[in-house]
Ligand binder design. Structure first.
Ligand SMILES: [Zn+2]
Length: 431
């Protein structure tokens, strides 16, 4: 039974109060946390992997609750455009020519980027999910993958049948790292009949649904015209919330929408970077949190962000909420850090496994270097990590008890090869 021990770090467990513990140690056996507490009380175990956390902060790994990992290949190719022309002219035509190799190396580049930035779990929505999932298993990162379902296409029925097979074949794949979802792209791209079919399959399989919702004001207008109701109410009427739902963006919500999101226990992936870049708006995060909505953070894909840096999203979430509300106390550092970790785990329906460092959960955690000048004099490590740390400060990334990044270097992956292969794919796609 491989045993991991992390000593000498400052620890924020995210378990209950947002305290910082010193002189604690963390033990994991077979990837499960078996002890986190004072070093003197730790059981004496023979340790296979000892990680020295001196001058580091140990945190639960970040959860990227909404992305399209293989879209790293699109990074920087078409920026500063409006959403619909960007999708219709720049993204969808190129996606139609993607090969399996492209998706694999694009997803792998995303995994490498996320692991370096302390992301240990991500919810993905993309074409050829079996290929992206192979990449995430090879990278050793935890994932909730899904194939994107576009209900307006003539082969929508085939897509759903394939997605069902994908979910069945990949549940608990990668030694439990993989938990698939079903992903109707959005209400405006999936007619009601298709949505009802997806809901039926999700119920049968017991998997959550991942969908884009209320991203733009146009989405809301479309919903009013086609359903006679705003997106949250419309989706409730269709029965979408009869199964667990992870809704990305949720920018344009009114009070009644927020009440529905809270009542129905919807997971929300707040994606401030993408929403700002596409001028979609600013999601009412402070109001959602106050209402008890399960909010996590997402980067969205690299076409609209342009990176997979979840710590940057935590900073943005805290900052834009203050400007939006005119209240500098809105979304304090502790709330932002919670959204990046435990809130994300709740939003993707994995809080029973990850999101905090406590006995019985999987050992998904990171060490953040505290020795850079911007981390002194350390008055408040919660503030420091949200407002001052950079993802480049992540020194170690551990998923399921496996040390994937140690001292800033990958232990198993050939990072240079990943970047080279992804560049070859991008060169072919964009000629
Ligand atoms: Zn998206």
């Amino acid at each position: 039974m491989p045993t991991l021990r992390i000593d000498n770090a400052e620890i924020i467990t995210m378990n209950g109060e947002m305290g910082v513990e010193s002189g604690w140690t963390l033990l994991a056996v077979d990837g499960e946390i078996t002890y986190v507490g004072p070093v003197g009380d730790a059981p004496a175990l023979e340790v296979d992997e000892l990680v020295d956390g001196s001058d580091c902060l140990l945190l639960p790994g970040f959860v990227n609750a909404h992305t399209h990992a293989a879209m790293t290949l699109f990074r920087g190719n078409a920026d500063d455009m409006e959403l619909q022309p960007w999708l219709e002219e720049k993204i969808w035509p190129v996606e139609a020519t993607l090969t399996e190799d492209d998706v694999y190396w694009g997803a792998m580049l995303g995994c490498v980027e996320m692991l370096r930035a302390g992301v240990t779990c991500f919810a993905d929505m993309y074409h050829m999910p079996e290929v992206g999932t192979r990449a995430s298993i090879d990278a050793g990162i935890r994932a909730r993958p899904s194939g994107v379902l576009l209900g307006l296409l003539p082969n929508a029925g085939d897509m759903l049948a394939k997605a069902e097979v994908f979910c069945r074949d990949h549940d608990e794949a990668g030694d439990g790292l993989i938990k698939p979802m079903l992903a109707p792209h959005a209400p405006y791209t999936c007619p009601e009949e298709m949505l009802r079919q997806v809901i039926g399959v999700a119920g049968d399989l017991g998997v959550p649904i991942h969908i884009h919702m209320a991203e733009t004001d146009d989405n809301v207008q479309w919903s009013l015209e086609n359903y006679g109701a705003r997106p949250a109410e419309a989706m409730k009427q269709v029965g979408l919330f009869d199964v667990p739902v992870l809704a990305a963006h949720c920018v344009h919500l009114d009070e009644a929408d927020i009440a529905i999101m809270a009542d129905e226990a919807i997971g929300v992936a707040h994606c401030p970077g993408s929403n700002l870049k596409l001028a979609s708006g600013i999601a009412p995060v402070a109001a959602m949190l106050a209402a008890g909505v399960q909010v996590g953070l997402g980067t969205d894909g690299c076409g609209s962000n342009n990176n997979l840096d979840l710590l940057q999203e935590a900073l943005l979430a805290a900052l834009v909420a203050k400007v939006q509300t005119g209240d500098p106390t809105a979304v304090p550092a502790a709330a932002a850090l919670r959204m990046a970790t435990l809130g994300g785990a709740e939003a993707v329906f994995l809080a029973d496994r990850i999101g905090s460092l406590e006995v019985g959960k999987r050992a998904d955690c990171i060490l953040v270097d505290l020795t850079a000048p911007h981390m002194y004099p350390r008055h408040n490590l919660v503030s420091d990590v949200v407002y001052s740390a950079q993802s480049a400060d992540v020194r170690a990334t551990i998923v399921d008890g496996c040390v994937l990044v140690r001292d800033g270097e990958f232990t198993q992956l050939d990072e240079a090869e990943v970047m080279e292969k992804a560049c070859e794919s991008a060169a072919r796609l964009f000629g």
